[in-house]
Design a protein around this ligand. Structure first.
Ligand code: M5T
Ligand code: MG
Length: 578
């Protein structure tokens, strides 16, 4: 939990100030019963009204001082804990942003969200508690003990009998209830996960009429949470009355002993009342401290989970003095590259070697699962090669600054990802400073301009989260426009026109050809009509390059390629009238 050190360094001074206020506040609380006992014994019992007024005034003053202290302390502590929470959440978010794909795969999405929200709140609440009752309770407890002993040492012996009993009960309480708190946390995590999965897949759930199934899943998680919470509450519900009972028994004993003492004149009524006050204060602060303990345990679990995120070392190491990439031409070279996803044993890519020259168009074909996406994901270093070398213009990508490397590459991922905001904003992700004309040009090449203009709000049409209000092909075209606007040195298209009809795809291809003159383009496609235009084609089979060459070459010497060709040609010949 080293990450907490940073915040301790920032806030320790304010914390000390809070502690001073807190101590003053506690002292005011501690003085009250003694003043009251004096009023009763010397004022009321002796019928001395002046004394009553005098001491009453002092009591009021002490109360006011206590209240002012409490208010000031509250203002400071709320501010500090809120700021601490905000900063912690911000730092955590920054850390997550720096994560590589590998790092993110290690945490499931849902747990990252709980870590960022609930866990931070737990730690923040605890920090707030540390500036309030958590520290005040021990001060009150010790202070009351001292006052009680000063008041009447023999009677303070009763406390020696009661305090261990309470301690024992509290100990039992914590022992028994702790596992339930852990269970509640786990159940909450699970519930979040189920909910997230449901919400992100709501369309499919509806399409497959899987409501009942999802409802069951949800019900199970929801019930688990309820059961864990109820059992936890049950334990607390049993222990709280027991503690109150013990405290009340202590009061009865004091009243009984005190009664005898008052009768034989060795003690005054006011002192007995004060004594009872101190005792209840001691015992309730003990109970408070037990709450502190459970909160501490929860906060500790949360802090550990947050710590895991902070401790997660970025699996992509950045070089200290990166190579210069300003004059990159865009030559890509794979040299005996193997790649295995971390946590998996089987390599996804085996001994991949090829060169793609600047400005060249290289196509990759292969059956689904053959490793096409995995291969292109290595170029912008979404993942690092397991062995072998990946070079751009003779420079190993590991020697480049990650941001600069990604700046020269634009990628249209297989799964289109758009963000909430309007179409213009989404395309401008490619280049924030692009002019309207540039955006429109990119959209025209991507064959997106026309349909965008057909919307009533045109480029300012709002997109829902993930671009839900667009068709699959429309999303792909906007995603393509976004990549084109970046004017990259290297353009990577991962099956980026799979949802676009053939006529439109033909138009896109022709536009791209002109646009891509100085751009190296690696694209994955399924349709032979798209692929055959490439300068060279790689046939990927089960993670290995089975053949590489032009369309004509492959037609001669690659059986896999020929299979793909003939399986499609019947259909496409007809469509293209060849
Ligand atoms: C190749 C595995 C996957 C498959 C193989 C993305 C990803 C893939 N895999 C993982 O284990 N973890 C991952 O994060 O790798 O997958 P691919 O590279 O996605 O194949 P493709 O692009 O050729 O397939 P497709 O369907 O997009 O044409 O065994 O399990
Ligand atoms: Mg793929």
């Amino acid at each position: 939990m080293d990450f907490l050190k940073k915040y301790i360094r920032i806030y320790w001074k304010k914390y000390i100030i809070v502690l001073i206020f807190l101590t003053l506040e506690a002292i005011c609380d501690l003085l009250q019963p003694t003043i009251m006992s004096k009023i009763i014994d010397n004022g009321v019992a002796a019928k001395n009204l002046n004394y009553v007024f005098h001491m009453g005034g002092i009591m009021l003053l002490v109360t006011v001082i206590g209240a002012v202290n409490a208010a000031t302390r509250n203002i400071i502590s709320s501010r500090v804990s809120q700021k601490f929470g905000t900063e912690l959440r911000g730092d955590l978010f920054k850390k997550v942003q720096s994560f590589s794909f590998d790092n993110i795969n290690k945490f499931q999405g849902a747990t990252l969200i709980t870590r960022l929200t609930n866990d931070v709140t737990q730690v923040q609440n605890f920090a707030h508690g540390m500036m309030r009752i958590f520290v005040k309770a021990p001060i009150l407890c010790i202070g009351s003990l001292i006052m009680a002993v000063l008041l009447n040492p023999p009677m303070a012996l009763i406390l020696i009998g009661v305090i261990p009993v309470i301690f024992f009960i509290i100990y039992l309480n914590v022992r028994i209830s702790y596992p339930f708190f852990v269970k509640i946390q786990i159940a909450l995590d699970k519930l979040n996960e189920v909910m997230r999965e449901y919400l992100s897949g709501v369309r499919v759930v509806k399409a497959f009429n899987r409501f009942a199934y999802e409802l069951d899943e949800f019900k199970i998680s929801n019930d688990n949470l309820t059961n864990a919470s109820i059992t936890g509450m049950k334990v607390v519900s049993i222990f709280n009355p027991i503690i109150t009972l013990v405290i009340n028994l202590g009061i009865v004993v004091i009243l009984w002993m005190g009664g005898i003492k008052v009768n034989n004149g060795s003690m005054q009524v006011g002192k007995i009342i004060a004594f009872i006050n101190y005792m209840t204060q001691i015992l309730f602060s003990l109970v408070m401290m037990s709450h502190v303990f459970t909160m501490f345990i929860r906060a500790k679990a949360s802090a550990e989970r947050i710590g895991e995120v902070f401790d997660q070392e970025n699996s992509l190491r950045e070089i200290d003095s990166p190579a210069d990439v300003k004059n990159i031409k865009g030559k890509i070279e794979f040299k005996n590259v193997d790649f295995t996803y971390s946590g998996s044993l089987n390599p996804v890519l085996k001994n991949i070697s090829f060169v793609c020259n600047p400005g060249e168009m290289l196509a990759i074909v292969g059956s689904t699962g053959s490793g096409k996406t995995s291969l292109i994901n290595l170029i912008p270093r979404f993942y690092d090669v397991t062995s072998g070398e990946l070079k751009i213009d003779e420079i190993n990508v590991n020697m480049m600054n990650l941001k600069e490397l990604r700046d020269i590459i634009a990628i249209v991922p297989q799964k289109t990802m758009l963000f909430s905001g309007n179409i213009l904003e989404n395309i401008k992700w490619g280049n924030e400073n692009a002019s309207v004309e540039e955006v429109q040009d990119a959209a025209k090449i991507a064959q997106a301009h026309e349909f965008i203009m057909s919307f009533p709000e045109k480029y300012t049409t709002q997109l829902g989260q993930g671009g839900v209000n667009l068709s699959g092909g429309q999303k792909q075209r906007i995603s393509l426009a976004r990549a084109l606007l970046k004017k990259p040195k290297i353009l990577i298209l991962d099956d980026s026109t799979s949802a676009v009809d053939m006529t439109t795809e033909g138009k896109i291809r022709r536009g791209l050809k002109l646009y891509l003159k100085n751009t190296t383009c690696i694209f994955i496609a399924q349709r032979i009509t798209t692929i055959r235009e490439a300068n060279r084609i790689i046939v990927l089979d089960n993670g290995m390059i089975s053949a590489i060459g032009t369309h004509e070459e492959l037609m001669k010497n690659s059986d896999i390629y020929k299979d793909i060709y003939y399986s499609q040609m019947g259909r496409e010949d007809a469509e293209y009238g060849k």
